[in-house]
Design a protein around this ligand. Structure first.
Ligand code: VGL
Ligand code: ZN
Length: 212
């Protein structure tokens, strides 16, 4: 695949807290940095996202007395998985992964800033009504295809892929430039379920080698 002017590389949440040793470590999360840097050199359009929560965010187990990380609670916006405190605005854990190239991106989008609503997706909050503005920004740049990479396959990459499809973009995930959490709360694992949901939505899968 040779990316053209209508192709965007969307790099999801490659941040310190999602790397091994971080607050919400994604197994092998650090392995995505090198292929993502190589991918960025192939694309004219690059957007990076950061999970960017205020202290006391609703997605933190610590914000719900008696609850533990990976439990689920029911909120007005729907079922919410509870997480360890992670990606707090301005903290070292919210910074981009060391070594990640950030100079190519035309846009850095921060999401999850509403104290009461989570946002796995780069396009739409968990309440499914508040848009981040990304779909419009990509439309204005003439983007038709979104190529996704980053963390985590089964949460922020998954939701961003589904919402990009719903917004009318062609969507492809670079399977060796993503890594998943595989949360124990989903029977059979959230990673297998994520790939199945993306396939059902018409999301393509490609290897980084296809970009040369
Ligand atoms: C993410 C869980 C909580 C992600 C963000 O980037 O996939 N997962 N917040
Ligand atoms: Zn988060």
């Amino acid at each position: 695949m040779i990316p053209g002017p209508a192709d965007l590389l969307l790099v999801i949440d490659v941040q310190v807290d999602f790397l091994p040793g971080g607050a919400l470590p994604v197994p092998d999360g650090d392995r995505v940095v090198r292929p993502i840097n190589a991918l960025q050199d192939r694309f004219r359009h690059v957007v990076l996202t950061q999970d960017w929560h205020p202290p006391g965010h609703v997605s933190f187990a610590a914000s719900h007395p008696g609850r533990a990380p990976f439990e689920t609670v029911r909120l007005a916006s729907g079922d919410q998985t509870l997480w360890p405190v992670h990606c707090v605005q301005g903290t070292p854990g919210a910074a981009f992964a060391p070594g990640l190239a950030t100079d190519r991106a035309a846009l850095i989008l921060r999401k999850g800033s509403d104290p009461a609503v989570d946002s796995y997706s780069a396009f739409l909050d968990a309440n499914r009504t508040t848009r981040t503005g990304l779909a419009a920004a990509l439309g204005e740049r003439g983007i038709r295809r979104v190529v996704l990479c980053g963390l985590a396959t089964d949460f922020c990459v998954l939701w961003s892929a589904l919402d990009a499809r719903a917004a009318g973009f062609e969507v492809v995930v670079v399977e060796d430039a993503v890594a998943g959490i595989d949360a124990p709360t989903v029977p059979g694992g959230s990673l297998a379920e994520a790939w199945a949901r993306m396939a059902a939505a018409g999301v393509g899968r490609i290897g980084a080698a296809a970009f040369g």
